[in-house]
Design a protein around this ligand. Structure first.
Ligand code: FCB
Length: 427
């Protein structure tokens, strides 16, 4: 059986500056340099894929594979390496990335912050700094002015909840500050930053008469009880789901800093600050009660025995993507763009089937009524996977770490076929 994707459905890949560009000086590269033990394979992002200089060839390759969209992030530390000092060449670079996308027939989807921060802001308290919303809004406005009407899809912050969990709750990522207070502060801080940038982008767009749709890239990782029949197991999933999967989105729709982050105070510009919903989905998480895991709110992650696993150890279940889309559509009623979905797969054995299953799941959700506008696969090239270094392979292309030569994997052709025909044929 084969299914068709709607006309105008956006299909392409997603990336992030720190993972592909190379040559960066931000809070992450500082940590890689100063605390090499934080990165599993002790690599540094370094030259990464050298995408900053090779973007034209890379984008042309993706366009030749019938991609119709491309998501990338602007690196704040390049654009504003010192507070208040904006580098025109950096903005012109990103403008050219956008123009190149357009010239190649790919819709650009631009992220303003994807996990990294300039060191000057990190040193002032990062996302928890009281001034961060104003500073982020100023940066967002500079980007919106520079990139202009060629960008209609904006993502302010990539995965605020993931940033708060890894940077603050666990403290494994910059700023390496494990504390519950810090975690809640980071959620509140990123919500304020998002609201400020949402308003800034719209102000610029309105002043010029440009169209802009602004959202976040929300990481949805539903916690499901390992034993659904047990009341305790069901109960233990409720709080982590409410905080990790819903707090931020509810803040954006209600305009309030809800408990446990705030007391319900209103934040200017937060209410209704999602024009669409950017969804990053990789996996669901089975959990069971464990009294010794307070940091995980007593919900211990467990690996189920009935599902295949990626080389990251995450379960692979396309049904989870369909459930995520349908649930978010039902709860928020916003058009959805799947801003990331992918699989860590050393030998490219899982990815061909992954495409078929996950895009079929998207088609099913659309048939069931969900308004889904696009699918961006994570990612085009094997790249620097944060604390995993270069040890995880999410790309359609492998990248020789010596020569940086890109080689397409078999799954790249599978995705190209889907993009070219807008048809998903089940195996
Ligand atoms: C997401 C991140 C992205 C990448 C994938 C594998 O959570 O947004 O940068 O690391 O996971």
């Amino acid at each position: 059986m084969s299914r068709s994707l709607p006309d105008n459905f956006l299909l392409g890949c997603a990336s992030a500056a720190h993972q592909v560009e190379g040559g960066l000086d931000n809070d992450w590269s500082r940590m890689e340099r100063e605390q090499p033990e934080r990165i599993r394979d002790r690599s540094v992002s370094g030259i990464a894929c050298d995408h900053y200089t090779r973007y034209r060839e890379d984008l042309a390759t993706l366009a030749a594979m019938h991609h119709t969209a491309h998501r990338f992030s602007i690196e704040w530390s390049r654009v504003e390496p010192r507070e208040g000092v904006f580098v025109r060449e950096a903005l012109l670079h990103y403008r050219d990335v956008v123009r190149t996308c357009r010239a190649l027939g790919m819709e650009p989807i631009v992220t303003l912050q994807h996990f990294t921060l300039p060191v000057w802001l990190a040193d002032r308290g990062g996302v928890r700094c009281a001034d961060a919303p104003r500073l982020f809004a100023r940066f967002a406005a500079a980007c919106a002015e520079a990139l202009g009407e060629d960008v209609q899809w904006w993502v302010t912050i990539n995965e605020p909840s993931v940033l708060a969990v890894f940077g603050y709750l666990y403290g494994d990522w910059p700023p390496l500050q494990p504390s519950i207070r810090g975690f809640l502060g980071a959620l509140g801080g990123t919500a304020r930053m998002h609201a400020a940038a949402y308003r800034a982008v719209h102000q610029v767009a309105r002043a010029h008469g440009w169209a802009a749709r602004v959202s976040v890239a929300h990481h949805e990782r539903p916690m499901r009880p390992l034993s659904p029949r047990s009341r305790v197991q069901r109960a233990v999933a409720v709080l982590p789901n409410a905080i990790f999967n819903r707090w931020f989105l509810r803040a954006c729709t209600t305009g309030r800093l809800l408990p446990p982050v705030g007391r319900g105070q209103k934040i200017a510009a937060l209410r209704g600050s999602l024009d669409y919903l950017g969804l990053n989905y990789y996996s669901e998480q089975r959990v069971r009660f464990n009294a010794r895991r307070p940091r995980e709110l007593f919900a211990e992650p467990v690996v189920p025995s009935d599902l295949p696993l990626s080389s990251f150890g995450w379960t692979i279940d396309a049904g989870g993507l369909r459930r995520a889309v349908e649930t978010l559509w039902r709860q928020f009623g916003l058009p959805i763009v799947i801003t990331e979905n992918g699989v860590a797969d050393e030998g490219d054995e899982l990815r061909p089937r992954f495409f078929v299953d996950h895009l079929s799941a998207v088609c099913e959700a659309i048939e069931a009524g969900a308004d889904v506008r696009g699918y961006l696969h994570w990612t085009a090239m094997d790249n620097f996977e944060w604390a995993e270094g270069y040890s995880k392979r999410f790309g359609l292309f492998s990248v020789d770490r010596e020569t940086l030569e890109r080689t397409p994997k078999p799954s790249a052709a599978v995705f190209a076929e889907i993009c070219g025909t807008r048809t998903v044929a089940s195996a």
